[in-house]
Design a protein around this ligand. Structure first.
Ligand code: PMP
Length: 414
């Protein structure tokens, strides 16, 4: 274990921000990784390197800088395809983030798939990014969301999911890992059910992609989305995987330059996927920097380390959190990623968040963009601590120590 901790310490040095101090002078403890992760220097430096040495708009330029930037952008697509096990880079569409990705898919399916009365089966644990786009579809074509309740431990019961499927189910759209509870959903099993019944499946991998390798072909899924900024990459870049031939079938989400084969005053003929879905100047350097983040994870960090070390941190954190009097943990189902949501007695989550912040500890408090899940849990808000491979056991100690103080200070009635 000591060797793993030493390795985490070494990797931590790759992240300049982690050596910053809280304005109060406390050393920073960053436990808000599920909202957005910090960036390694190689990702940060990509922006400076490209913008100051070789940068131009892509695809249409004849000069060397445009050609070179185009090459890096398209190589980034290959890197992403390999990272998630896609059969071809043509199945990878760059978007601004997972939210835009789900909207792209939802609006495309609205035009080619949904009929009034159709249902989209989701879990009770979905982020608003996998709820609101379907409500927007419903304003045009009256479809309904069919949420599958979670088990009391926060897991997904396949029998419950099976009984939610019907002749009206047109799509299954599930998160692979809850951003509130950390629960990992049984994606492969759900995909098998979907396949047996001829239902397409979309997976929101925003959280899962950070904690373990993903193989879209092994999962046997139709669509997958994730955001770069949670994966140690920049903001403004996200990924949609759409298995062929969905890219041919879906209409474009937006129109403009770069996504066409021919334009006349009367009509446009679209380019083949993925260009068809990337209208206008894309987030060029962001895509290249995302590929840099993926290479950093693969070559410098490695999944073996991430999985072994995060499993250790998870067990350690959970044991420590149990020592806080009055702490209620939400979501104990296994397998589980390094995310904990909790409340302490009836202390408001925001009070705990403020106290933690004053001690230099960054967590997230609130509904975590999952209001229907909060309603199911019967709370307006939780405190959420989420870890990355650069976090250390002593940071968990500081979190727990401060929570113990909060528990004693706000709820002396024990
Ligand atoms: N899905 C999940 C599970 C998430 O955690 C998030 C981000 N909190 C999103 C979707 C949306 O991601 P973004 O805001 O980067 O589009």
């Amino acid at each position: 274990m000591q060797e793993l901790i030493r390795e985490a310490r070494r990797l931590r040095a790759d992240f300049p921000l982690l050596s910053q101090r809280h304005p109060s002078g406390h050393t920073l403890v960053y436990l808000d990784n599920a909202a957005s992760a910090q960036k390694p220097k190689v990702v940060i430096d990509t922006f400076g390197r490209i913008f100051s040495t070789c940068y131009a708009n892509i695809h249409r330029g004849i000069h060397w800088m445009s050609q070179d930037t185009t090459r890096l952008y398209e190589e980034a697509r290959v890197t992403v395809a390999e990272f998630i096990g896609a059969a071809s880079e043509a199945e990878i569409v760059f978007v601004r983030g997972a939210t835009e990705g789900i909207n792209l898919i939802a609006q495309g399916l609205r035009r080619i798939l949904f009929q009034p009365g159709d249902e989209v089966v989701v879990t009770q644990a979905e982020h608003h990014a996998n709820i609101v786009p379907w409500h927007l579809v419903a304003q045009e074509v009256p479809i309904r969301l069919r949420p599958v309740p979670l088990t009391p431990e926060g897991g997904l019961d396949l029998n419950q999911l099976r009984s939610a499927l019907s002749a009206k189910t047109r799509l299954i759209a599930i998160t692979a890992m809850s951003n509130v509870l950390g629960t990992e959903m049984p994606v492969a099993e759900v995909a098998r059910l979907a396949r047996q019944q001829g239902i397409p499946i979309l997976v929101d991998a925003c959280q899962a992609v950070v904690h373990h390798p993903i193989d879209v072909q092994k999962w046997d899924i139709d669509f997958l989305v994730f955001s770069g900024h949670k994966l140690y990459g920049p903001t403004g870049i996200g990924v949609v995987y759409m298995r062929a031939p969905w890219g041919e079938k879906l209409p474009p989400y937006q129109g403009g330059g770069d996504m066409i084969r021919q334009v006349t005053w009367e009509a446009s003929v679209f380019a083949p996927p993925p260009a068809k879905f990337e209208a206008g100047t894309p987030p060029i350097v962001e895509a290249i920097a995302l590929a840099e983040a993926i290479r950093y994870l693969g070559r410098r960090v490695g999944w073996d380390f991430i999985q072994t070390y995060e499993a250790y941190l998870t067990e350690y954190a959970e044991a420590c959190l149990h020592s806080v009097e009055g702490l209620q943990l939400y979501g104990t189902a296994r397998p589980k990623g390094a995310i904990w949501s909790f409340n302490i007695a009836d202390i408001h989550a925001h009070d705990i968040g403020t106290l933690l912040d004053s001690a230099g500890i960054a967590v997230r408090v609130g509904h975590h963009c999952a209001q229907p899940l909060m309603e199911a849990l019967g709370v307006p808000a939780t405190v959420r601590a989420s870890l990355a491979f650069y976090n250390l056991p002593e940071e968990i100690d500081r979190l727990v120590h401060t929570l113990q103080r909060a528990s004693a200070f706000f709820a002396p009635a024990y």
